[in-house]
Write a protein that binds this ligand. Structure first.
Ligand code: C5P
Length: 286
């Protein structure tokens, strides 16, 4: 078998409501997660042992991590399938780490998809979903890789209403935020789940208008921990054509919605700033 590869697409929470808390401390969520063209790439080629090298603009600090989520995913899949964990993995890290767009979770999910093919193992979908959930709350949605409403702690997924073509700009202010710290910094209140129209939205404008009735409950605590997030939000809101600007996940990456990919790419071009990571394109609607 020759080299195989998988994309690990950025996951963006268009809204994220914290609706409760479990006895084990995990939070119950209601969130509309979508995916965009920005992605890490994971490749594998034959080798007797399992290894992982990290390349790309955000490789620093991740290379050689023995407990990298990609390796944990690989070992969990091999154990479940009863095959030896082998292969030389290379992760091209294009997405900022610890940034609220699911990078590590998307990488782990990509590893499950990629190595399932590479090893030729046939693991039931439910079993794969359980492996994903054990690796992290965002891994199940990243395994599916398409827009979904997340509930439970992230492991219960229902298909999202059909999404209209929508431009998106991502801005990361260059600060890493630890997810547990953001949940701890919440003020403790809970939100109601959002109500979404089953038929979806006519266009990006109506999607953005509907999202105004929702929010990201982690935005306020993340802003307290990392005030630089406010600069990214302000820059997005000031960008011509921005329909809605909000933080994704536990931050610090913020997103702006635009009428289409061309408007988003144009806005992204005007948002360059030292130390920022900026991406412009579209929400995946397929
Ligand atoms: O599942 P994952 O390892 O991605 O979660 C990281 C941390 O985020 C958890 O240890 C927990 O503190 C917090 N978390 C939470 N509720 C969720 C997801 C994550 O409290 N639904």
């Amino acid at each position: 078998m020759t080299m195989l590869s998988e994309r690990a697409s950025a996951k963006i929470n268009l809204y994220l409501h914290v609706v409760g808390r479990r006895l084990d401390g995990y939070h119950r969520l209601d969130s509309l997660a979508v995916f965009a063209g920005a992605a890490d790439t994971l490749t594998v080629e034959p080798a007797a042992a399992l290894s992982l090298a990290v390349t790309g603009p955000f490789a620093a600090g991740l290379d050689g991590e023995a407990d990298n989520l990609v390796l944990r995913a690989a070992r969990a899949l091999a154990a479940q399938a009863g095959v030896p964990a082998t292969g030389r993995l290379v992760l091209e890290k294009n997405l900022p780490v610890a940034s609220g767009i699911g990078g590590g979770s998307a990488d782990a999910a990509a590893a499950l998809r990629l190595l399932g093919r590479f090893w030729g193992v046939d693991v039931r979908r439910e079993t794969l979903a359980a492996i994903a959930a054990a690796l992290g709350a965002d891994v199940p949605v990243c395994l599916i890789g398409r827009a979904a409403v997340m509930s439970g702690i992230g492991e219960i997924l229902t298909p999202a209403p059909p999404l209209p073509p929508t431009g998106m700009v991502l801005v990361n202010p260059g600060v890493a935020v630890a997810t547990p710290a953001v949940f701890r910094a919440r003020d403790g209140g809970f939100s109601a789940p959002a109500v979404l129209p089953a038929e979806g939205w006519r266009d990006a404008e109506s999607l953005a208008a509907a999202l105004q009735a929702t929010g990201n409950d982690l935005e306020a605590p993340a802003l307290r921990l990392a005030p630089a997030i406010a600069d990214s939000l302000a820059a997005l809101r000031a960008a011509p054509g921005c329909l809605l600007a909000r933080m994704s996940g536990s931050g610090a990456t913020c997103f702006g919605l635009f009428a289409d990919a061309a408007a988003a790419r144009q806005a992204a071009g005007g948002l360059q700033h030292p130390g920022w990571w900026v991406w412009g394109g579209a929400i995946n609607t397929g």
